[in-house]
Design a protein around this ligand. Structure first.
Ligand code: FES
Length: 284
């Protein structure tokens, strides 16, 4: 199989002939920008491959191509410009104690835990809540907030940078609805496992997972159709959601744990704004 080598990170992979350079980069563990979902229109996935040799020294020059549109035909050495890489900051578990570089103790060994997920188009942020934090006024800023884990939304690389590209993917092939839900759930499982590991908790003590995001992201996570949000009157198939048993989504939490998504206000006024309104007291 052809070997593809990527610089400046100096990573290599072997892929079959016919693979795109975007896919080859992914196989090498490199996430290129994918703003248009690989339709070839944005040019943001540009990488440089060897072109002609010029001059008396037959010096190699490189030419820019769109990685999502360029097919591997043989061995290749590529250069990836910095602006073809996503700008999203990948952050691991952070909390006040970890930032201070101090050893951290396990969070409370008893009681039930909760999770809050901010499901963004580009970034997923998951926060663990301990029993103490369920009681208003009991948050001690000195003792440290529970851990947060942040990951890039995996849909970016596979289905496009923005929600329009992801809606279009479902319009093109309805199977992409399930595919987009599955990559989200897979990343969510990893994030939960990381929080449980770092904070030394049994994830089967987690009773509740609350989710807030824009309308498209919430519907995709729940596996609900988003095609209606691609054209006027931009009406979501559903605005309110019943709690869903977490086991129905393949999330290994408490046997009776549920996932609850904030209701949508409208097609593009999502559960993230509902959650913000509640947090600010606008609803009281
Ligand atoms: S041209 Fe848009 S991702 Fe390649």
């Amino acid at each position: 199989m052809p070997q593809i080598r990527f610089f400046p990170m100096d990573r290599s992979t072997e892929v079959p002939v016919g693979t795109t350079l975007s896919e080859a980069a992914g196989a090498a563990g490199i996430s290129l920008r994918y703003d248009c979902g690989g339709s070839g229109t944005c040019g943001k996935c540009r990488i440089e491959i060897p072109g002609d040799r010029v001059g008396p020294d037959a010096q190699q020059v490189f030419r820019a191509v769109r990685a999502c549109q360029t097919i591997v035909e043989g061995d290749l050495v590529c250069r990836i410009p910095a602006d073809s890489l996503p700008a999203v900051r990948i952050q691991s578990v952070t909390d006040n104690r970890l930032r201070a570089g101090e050893p951290f103790a396990p969070v409370a060994a008893t009681g039930d835990y909760g999770l809050a997920l901010d499901i963004g188009t580009t970034t997923l942020a998951l926060q663990l809540f301990t029993p103490e934090l369920f009681t208003p006024g009991s948050i001690d800023p000195e003792s440290g907030i529970p851990g947060v884990v942040v990951r890039e939304n995996p849909q970016k690389r596979l289905f496009g940078d923005d929600i329009i590209a992801r809606i279009q993917k479902v319009c093109d092939d309805p199977a992409n609805l399930l595919a987009q839900q599955q990559v989200l759930l897979e990343t969510l499982r990893e994030m939960i496992a990381e929080l449980a590991h770092v904070h030394r908790i049994d994830r089967r003590r987690i009773m509740r997972l609350c989710v807030a995001g824009n309308s498209v992201m919430e519907l995709l996570l729940l596996g609900l159709d988003v095609v209606s949000l691609g054209s006027a009157p931009f009406e979501p198939v559903r605005r309110r959601f019943e709690p869903i048993p977490s086991r129905a989504l393949g999330l290994d939490l408490h046997p009776e744990a549920v996932l609850e998504a904030f209701p949508l206000i409208g097609g593009f006024v999502g559960g993230d704004l509902t959650a913000g309104s509640v947090a600010c007291g606008l609803t009281s």
